[in-house]
Ligand binder design. Sequence first.
Ligand SMILES: *[C@@H]1O[C@H](CO)[C@@H](O)[C@H](O)[C@H]1NC(C)=O
Ligand SMILES: *[C@@H]1O[C@H](CO)[C@@H](O)[C@H](O)[C@H]1NC(C)=O
Ligand SMILES: *[C@@H]1O[C@H](CO)[C@@H](O)[C@H](O)[C@H]1NC(C)=O
Ligand SMILES: [Zn+2]
Length: 361
Amino acid sequence: MKYGLPLGIIGLAYSVVLFGAQKTFGWELSYEEYHAAHLTEAINLDEDSDKNPKNLLLPFNRTRIPGSEGSRETQQFIIEHFNKTLAGQWAVETQPFKENGYYFNNLIMTLQNNATEHLVLAAHYDTKIAPTGMVGAIDSAASCAALLYTAQFLTHIASHERTLEFDKLASVPVVTGSTLGVKIVFFDGEEAIEEWGPEDSIYGARHLAAQWLADGTMTRIRMLLLMDLLGSGEEEPMVPSYYSETHQEYQLLNRIEDDLLFRRGDGSIAESQLAAQVARQRKRLDPTDYRFLGLGHSVVGDDHTPFLAAGVPVLHAIPLPFPSTWHTVEDDFRHLDATETRHWALLVCEFVVQSLRSRTE
Ligand SMILES: *[C@@H]1O[C@H](CO)[C@@H](O)[C@H](O)[C@H]1NC(C)=O
Ligand SMILES: *[C@@H]1O[C@H](CO)[C@@H](O)[C@H](O)[C@H]1NC(C)=O
Ligand SMILES: *[C@@H]1O[C@H](CO)[C@@H](O)[C@H](O)[C@H]1NC(C)=O
Ligand SMILES: [Zn+2]
């Protein structure tokens, strides 16, 4: 492809419907072109962009304490994204429950394809009660927005695969034709109410894991990609590989990042339509960092824990050390970086596409 990016390897042929009647022929629109057209407005921190209904990040600029109005309205926003904006191509499930005097609600979205197993992408949408007013920008507004964008991107591919005659293209339907499916989970109650401990944390994750163990879903989860504390504007934090079971998938994510940041057709970055959107050109992944592989235990407690205990391979996308704004009132949208958040959205989109493509017949 022109920009040498794997995002563009499989171009999708487009019918005239999408881009207007002046085009009288179908033509190739790469994934890269989709991102170039949609990513910036979806993940944007500019002051006036909150008026844009396509902005997926700014609705999270508020507290989302379990059971609160902020939480309920955030849930509504997420559900409507899947149910209305994405035209019902996802099955929407909710898992409301009460524990420790609080009402919680997990949101579980399942892409409707012919899946026998699922890749699960997840982040938590709740915010910590203290310090008062903390909106959890990295914790985990940015990750949630990246997942909403990923869903939008996958829906877009799926709807076109359904309307196109693929036998006329030398191309496999990646999303609708895969036996791997996608579930996107928005966990409630990741944060402790009082003090972090086994009984006071990851409320949503514990409840969903219990349900999936009981109904057999757990055995059909191929991997959990858990995103947390992403989107910081700080220079330092890298995201290491935590588990040898998923180091291969980590390496895939790393190759995708390399391609995104460095590999351009003629070596130039400025030529890419995506360059402006991930302008910082900063690596977040380092597959040569083996510090945590082979430890046999987790160094970071998070929503993945009960799934890991149930034998699900986990890829934990969380920086270490944590960004300095973590669990302070400074974890606000001023300390968030839109290009960093887009960077993660792109990595996850391409990771999912490559994972699904590896399981097409
Ligand atoms: C986030 O919300 C705060 C408080 O309402 C506001 O001052 C700030 O401008 C918002 N940030 C963005 C990027 O909209
Ligand atoms: C989503 O939309 C479907 C179809 O309209 C409806 O049956 C379902 O209840 C909705 N789900 C939620 C959680 O609103
Ligand atoms: C499942 O596969 C069949 C045959 O390829 C296709 O017609 C159908 O649309 C697929 N289902 C979904 C939900 O994509
Ligand atoms: Zn937190």
